[in-house]
Design a protein around this ligand. Structure first.
Ligand code: PTJ
Length: 240
C-alpha cells in the first residue's frame, strides 16, 4: 500500500474518523497487499463482477461503512450508493456517537443524503451477536437482502449470513473468517477495488440483462476464488 494511503488513514485517525484499532487493521491489510504484489488480480476482477451483479439484482442492497472504509473511500462509497442505488449505513465496531457523527459528516460532504446509523433512532438487533455492531437500522442492514461490508469481523458476517442475507466482503485477507463466510469475497485493497466496482456497475447497467447478472451470481464459486487468491499470494511469497 502506498505511503499516501497510510497518510490518509493517519489523517482519518487524527480527525476522529478511524479508531486506534483501525490503524492496526490497516497494518494487517498492508501485509497481505505486499503478497498480492499491490495489484488487482483477475480473481478479484471476477469477484467484483459477481458482487456488482449481486448488488444490482438485490431488492434492498446496503453498503455498510466503518471508520477505515470512510477514511479511505468516502467519495467512492457515495458514488457507488448513487449508482446502484443502495442505502449507506454507518455501523461501527468501536462505536461512539461522536465518531458516527464525524463519519456521517464526511459522507455528507461528499454528497451523501440520509445515511443510516444508530443516530437515526429506528434500530433493531442482529440476533446472536454481542458486539456493538449488533445494533442496526430497521430500514438498512436489518431489512437488506444484499450487504456490502469491508474490514468486517467474522462474528457479524456469520450472524448476517445466518439471517439469510447475501454478504459481499471486501477483505484483502483470503483466510479471514469474514472472507470464508461471505457469499462473495473481493480479495483486494478497498482503495483499488472501489474504482473497479464503480466502473463495473456502470458497464453492467449499460450492457447486461438481469438474467445475465443473476446467472453470474448463481455460478460464482467463492471458495474456488479464495483458493486461487491464496495460490497467487503463495507465488508472490515465493517470488519475493
Ligand atoms: O471503525 P470501526 O470501529 O468499525 O473499526 C473496525 C475495525 C476495522 C477496527 C475492525 O473491523 C477490525 O478489527 O478489523 P480487522 O479484523 O482488524 O480487519 C478486518 C480485515 O480487513 C482483515 O482481514 C484485514 O486484513 C483487512 N483489511 C485491512 N485493510 C484493508 C483490508 N482489506 C481490504 N482493504 C484494506 N485497505
Amino acid at each position: 500500500m502506498s505511503l499516501q494511503t497510510r497518510a490518509q488513514l493517519v489523517d482519518g485517525f487524527q480527525s476522529g474518523l478511524v479508531s486506534s484499532e483501525g490503524l492496526i487493521a490497516h497494518g494487517r491489510g498492508e501485509a497481505f497487499d505486499y503478497l498480492l504484489g499491490e495489484k488487482t488480480s483477475k480473481f478479484s476482477v471476477a469477484a467484483i463482477e459477481a458482487a456488482c451483479c449481486c448488488l444490482l439484482t438485490g431488492d434492498h442492497p446496503v453498503i455498510s461503512v466503518n471508520g477505515n472504509f470512510a477514511a479511505l473511500c468516502s467519495t467512492e462509497i457515495v458514488r457507488l450508493s448513487n449508482l446502484i442505488p443502495a442505502r449507506i449505513e454507518i455501523n461501527l465496531f468501536h462505536r461512539s456517537a461522536e465518531r458516527e457523527r464525524l463519519i456521517n459528516r464526511e459522507l455528507e460532504e461528499k454528497g451523501a443524503k440520509n445515511c443510516l446509523g444508530s443516530f437515526s433512532n429506528n434500530s433493531n438487533i442482529i440476533p446472536g451477536l454481542s458486539s456493538n455492531r449488533r445494533i442496526v437500522h430497521s430500514d438498512g442492514i436489518y431489512k437488506a437482502d444484499v450487504i456490502m461490508v469491508s474490514l468486517e469481523d467474522g462474528d457479524r458476517t456469520q450472524a448476517l449470513v445466518n439471517m439469510g442475507k447475501k454478504i459481499i466482503a471486501l477483505d484483502i485477507n483470503p483466510i479471514s473468517r469474514t472472507a470464508r463466510t461471505a457469499d462473495i469475497t473481493i480479495v483486494d485493497n478497498v482503495i483499488r477495488a472501489m474504482p473497479v466496482i464503480i466502473h463495473t456497475i456502470s458497464m453492467l447497467k449499460r450492457e447486461k440483462s438481469i438474467e445475465y447478472m443473476q446467472d453470474i451470481v448463481r455460478h460464482f464459486d467463492n471458495n474456488g476464488n479464495l483458493a486461487n487468491s491464496l495460490k497467487l499470494m503463495r507465488s508472490g511469497f515465493e517470488r519475493l
